[in-house]
Design a binder for this molecule. Structure first.
Ligand code: SF4
Length: 438
């Protein structure tokens, strides 16, 4: 980011923090509903369901979290910079430049897998097959530093770090966060490697948050992840928060655990441990998994959606689900908002789409994004409900055509198995973001 842009985002963040501190004081005495009624009275602001209401709850619950932790105005300004000013103001400016420089619409974030190696073997993992197949890391620290720099030029000031277990490379991640201290990194981890040394090193720059996989109460969690893993996962959240970091709980959702995950007891326990948010990732079958009975039905998704709304109104925490969240409305964000770079340097439209259109190992990210597969994805139109559907659900045919033309290739040995899904009932339940909305 140039000096003028850095100054602008800092100045805006300081101004925003002053307003937030005032609003934060109001959250001590007033419910979200009462505050939203006041906000909705402001001319031009719409807070109807799906039109900003969840975002407003998210915002207020973030302030409630800040209030609980006693954040100073300086700390709130720093968070405003990471969560608001960089991803909105700096990103918008970079995307405008990307149109001129590269003829590309740009990105809002990047998903990066430094490794698929893992210290666990969970049956419900979306990447289980790849972990067994080929766990060699091919992304060096210098490649990651280059790619994150290039992603910023395209507008991406947020990076989700996934795997495998990304903390197997925690020293590299700490250096990456230091090099790009204007980027917010969210590291998805099973929490087992979060020692005090790891927590304090990753917290040092203030721009790494931890998303710890906690799949529900102890018995459910350990049935998938193994004995002793629950206590270590929740301790990871506590430890990271104790070092001053931001942490969230990030379970995999199945038909078996979704009710327990959203129960008062579980959500309250996560809040107590210090989580400011929950990110729910739905179980899927894109990695050759076979538990069709773990996919959620439409009715279960709708129940989840209602329960999430209730939590937003009554608890100081926000819940984001890649399938039912109104915060993500607008259709499939793959390629429009982000791409995934896997541990081999291959560029996939999304981490749930095991097909690549290019590699970043020998070319820039901007050049890789000009590959025909990404043009095809950008050209996809929304359906009759106005929703752009999933590339491994209803729009699988787009990937199939690109593979047949030679413009895309499977990134693991089970990629092509996706094409064998013939049953429309199963396809409709694959990881179709926004599937409860129509
Ligand atoms: S709709 Fe499908 S392809 Fe698009 S972001 Fe969601 S999982 Fe990925």
């Amino acid at each position: 980011m140039n000096r003028l842009a850095a100054w602008t985002t800092e100045a805006v963040s300081k101004g925003v923090a002053k307003g937030l501190m005032k609003l934060s004081a109001l959250t001590r005495t007033q419910s979200n509903d009462a505050l939203l009624a006041k906000i909705a009275a402001v001319p031009g602001l719409s807070l109807e369901h799906g039109e900003g209401r969840d975002s407003a709850h998210f915002f207020l619950n973030f302030l409630r979290h800040a209030e609980r932790r006693g954040f100073s105005e300086r700390e709130v300004a720093r968070r405003a910079q990471q969560y608001l000013a960089h991803p909105v103001i700096a990103s918008e400016r970079a995307r405008q430049m990307a149109r001129l420089r590269f003829g590309l619409p740009g990105l809002r974030s990047l998903i990066l897998s430094p490794t698929v190696r893992c210290n666990l073997r969970c049956e419900h993992c979306y990447n289980l097959f790849e972990i067994h197949e080929d766990g060699r890391d091919r992304l060096s620290l210098s490649t990651m530093e280059r790619v994150v720099g290039e992603a910023k030029e395209l507008g991406a000031f947020r990076v989700s770090v996934i795997g495998g277990e990304p903390l197997l490379r925690w020293r590299d991640l700490a250096l990456l966060a230091e090099t790009h201290n204007d980027v917010l990194f969210t590291v998805f981890t099973n929490g087992l490697l979060v020692t005090d040394e790891v927590a304090s090193t990753l917290c040092a720059q203030g721009n790494v948050e931890l998303a710890v996989s906690v799949d529900g109460p102890e018995a459910l969690h350990e049935r998938w992840r193994g004995e002793g893993t629950f206590a270590r996962a929740v301790a990871a959240i506590e430890r990271y928060v104790a070092h001053g970091g931001m942490a969230l709980f990030a379970p995999t959702v199945t038909a078996e655990n979704y009710e327990a995950l959203l129960s008062d007891a579980f959500v309250d326990a996560m809040i107590e441990r210090g989580a400011y948010m929950g990110y729910l990732h739905h179980y899927d079958m894109v990695g050759g998994q076979e538990r069709e009975d773990w996919l959620l039905s439409r009715e279960q998704l709708q129940r989840m959606q209602r329960r999430i709304e209730e939590i937003h109104r009554t608890k100081p925490v926000s819940i984001l689900s890649n399938v039912v969240s109104d915060l993500l409305r607008g259709g499939c964000p793959a390629v429009r908002d982000f791409v995934h770079i896997n541990h081999k340097g291959e560029v996939e439209p999304c981490c749930m789409v095991p097909f690549a259109g290019a590699s970043i190992l020998e070319q820039s990210l901007a050049r890789a994004l000009k590959a025909p597969l990404f043009d095809d994805v950008r050209a996809l139109e929304p359906d009759a409900h106005g929703i752009k559907r999933c590339l491994v659900g209803e729009n699988l045919v787009t990937i199939r055509r690109a593979v047949d033309r030679g413009d895309a290739r499977g990134t693991n040995a089970k990629s092509d198995a996706l094409f064998a899904h013939q049953d429309p009932a199963v396809v409709a339940k694959l990881p179709t973001c926004f599937s409860s909305t129509a």
